[in-house]
Design a protein around this ligand. Structure first.
Ligand code: ARG
Length: 582
């Protein structure tokens, strides 16, 4: 059986060969076979002829005609045509598509082979600052990072999740100073509400310079290993991380406590980082601070921008910790690729981190360092996302609200559904809607959070996709059919709508490959949305339960099942669950 990607590779190879044969004068040019634009979507278009013609100063259509003479694709293509200024449009053979769909349906991985060369990939995501409750500022990193983890893991890569939590900074000095003032016993009970405890400490910090001083001293004591500080700090961390895990569980995110490797984990390595930079001749002292200046980073005034790695009082910084993390990921984790799923505002920090790490030899240039940047989450008014009172929105509250609103949607759709079942479904739909709305955006842009839009049953939303899935399941219920009973049923593509559906189903591997390469989950959501639309067209034009013959009925049910499994798999990789009924 020829796999779908092999079809594409095979096309590339043969067209390149024909191209070289047709224009011996030109260097071999890749054929660049890409899925053609709609409506031929899913068939292929070779546009390499254009580039070759340009290089050889030939008329592209004339060259294309020559290529056609040398090209035999009869075992793969029904039709090869010259189109536009000199493209080749390739219409795949329908029997090939049918065989590919049949094979995908017979496979628990839907025909997608794990990567031939699995990579070790660190995904650095979520990373809230502890001591405060997780708020919406951490939502995008958590959701996007986790979706990438899902896709990359499915493709067979070895994923190392790194939750680089902020567990070591000034905020802990405040907490320790506040605890010190209240006395350990008095503070004990208030710790259950760490958020409130933090608010009080922050207030003291902002209002009282003595308290601020004391806080700073506590940071130093903590970081130099004072036993009491350490014990209290551990308690703060435990409460705070416990809270994060609760949010992760609610969000259906794959982060576990074992994935936490916070800033504190690198404390002991920081002196060595600075020492290594010194030995590499990269350090400059500037106003008492240890800095790295690189030519490629200049401020607006054209003055070089420093990366400060140690302050004049000996304290280390965010950048120092990230350099230490880089050494750990290279030296201990042996990574091939690191994804930093972080706000676009940290782009300068990361460019500097990458540049310094390479210069200092902390990481090999063979490792791919990528900033998976995303824009800000805004309210519907386009302003920063806040509560009515102007405060930060707690994630748990946001998810509660999503579930509440999703329940209204479910109730409206299925008024007679038992309350308990409706509740369960509403939770899945609510969380799914929040995640899907985020993932479906081009992540680079800012994104407007709107409950109404994300919970709509129309358009590219989670409820729409979840409903599309549930509706297919209902076909099976109505026909009293078991998808499992269809094992071995061959898929036949006699109608255009069947063929269209099979083409879409066959694109999954390309789509996942491009999500993995570009770190763009929205490529997958767009694919799923498109698939659901093509399925609707198929379902409207091709009777399934009332098909003309038992063979066609079985084949169409198999197509239904493969579509449902493709949606379930795709959503599942993104961290979104489906429901059997809605
Ligand atoms: N804790 C940081 C923040 O809340 C994000 C850390 C991201 N990861 C990293 N390796 N710097 O902004």
């Amino acid at each position: 059986m020829i796999g779908r990607m092999n079809i594409r590779d095979e096309l590339e190879k043969r067209i390149s060969a024909a191209l070289t044969a047709a224009a011996a004068a030109v260097q071999p040019v890749p054929a660049i076979v890409s899925p053609a634009a709609k409506p031929e979507f899913g068939d292929y278009q070779a546009n390499g002829v254009m580039a070759a013609a340009k290089a050889a100063r030939m008329n592209p259509r004339a060259l294309a005609a020559k290529v056609l003479e040398k090209l035999d694709l009869s075992d793969l293509a029904e039709k090869v045509e010259i189109a536009g200024p000199g493209f080749l449009n390739i219409t795949l053979r329908t029997d090939l598509l049918a065989r590919a769909a049949t094979a995908a349906a017979a496979d628990s991985r839907l025909g997608i082979a794990p990567a031939a060369r699995p990579q070790r990939i660190v995904v650095d995501y979520s990373a809230p600052n502890l001591a405060k409750e997780m708020h919406v500022g951490h939502l995008r990193s958590t959701i996007i990072g986790d979706a990438l983890v899902g896709v990359l893991e499915f493709l067979g890569h070895h994923i190392i999740r790194q939750n680089h939590v902020g567990d070591w900074g000034t905020q802990f000095g405040m907490l320790l100073a506040h605890l010190d003032e209240l006395g350990e016993d008095a503070a004990g009970s208030e710790l259950s509400d760490l958020e409130e405890f933090y608010r009080q400490a922050k207030k003291r910090f902002d209002e009282d310079p003595d308290f601020a001083d004391k806080s700073r001293q506590f940071v130093v004591r903590l970081q130099s290993g004072d036993a009491d500080c350490r014990r209290h700090w551990q308690k703060f961390i435990a409460v705070s991380l416990g809270h994060c895990q609760e949010v992760y569980a609610r969000l259906n995110v794959r982060l576990m406590s074992a994935d936490v490797r916070g800033e504190s984990a690198y404390n002991a390595d920081l002196p060595a980082v600075v020492e290594d930079l010194r030995r590499a001749g990269l350090l400059t002292e500037s106003q008492g601070a240890q800095c790295v200046f690189l030519d490629e980073f200049k401020g607006e005034d054209d003055k070089p921008l420093p990366v400060i790695v140690q302050k004049s009082d000996g304290g280390y910084l965010y950048a120092t910790t990230d350099l230490a993390a880089m050494r750990y990921r290279a030296g201990t984790l042996h990574v091939d690729r690191i994804l930093y799923v972080m706000d676009h505002r940290q782009s300068l920090h990361l460019r500097q981190l990458f540049a310094v790490s390479l210069k200092a030899g902390f990481i090999s240039p063979a490792v791919s360092l990528e900033h998976v940047a995303f824009g800000t989450m805004q309210g519907e008014d386009g302003r920063p996302f806040r509560t009515r009172a102007g405060g930060t929105v707690k994630l748990i509250e946001l998810l509660d609200e999503a579930a509440r609103r999703a329940l209204e949607v479910v109730r409206a759709k299925s008024p007679e559904m038992p309350a308990e079942q409706a509740d369960t479904i509403a939770r899945v739909v609510g969380v799914g809607a929040v995640k899907y709305a985020d993932l479906a955006m081009d992540r680079i842009g800012d994104y407007r959070f709107s409950f109404d839009k994300m919970l709509s049953l129309q358009g590219n939303t989670a409820p729409y996709m979840q409903y599309a899935y549930a509706r297919i399941q209902s076909i099976f219920r109505k026909g009293a059919e078991e998808a499992a009973g269809l094992a071995g049923v061959p898929i036949m593509l006699n109608q255009p709508a069947e063929r269209e559906l099979a083409k879409r189903l066959g694109r999954l591997e390309e789509v996942l490959g491009s999500v993995a390469a570009e770190c763009k989950p929205n490529v997958l959501t767009a694919y799923l949305y498109d698939l659901a639309g093509v399925f609707t067209t198929f379902y409207e034009s091709c009777p399934v339960l009332k098909a003309d013959s038992p063979e066609i009925r079985a084949s169409r049910l198999r197509l239904c099942d493969l579509t449902a499994r493709t949606i379930r798999l795709g959503l599942g990789l993104l961290g979104i669950e489906v429901v059997e009924q809605m």
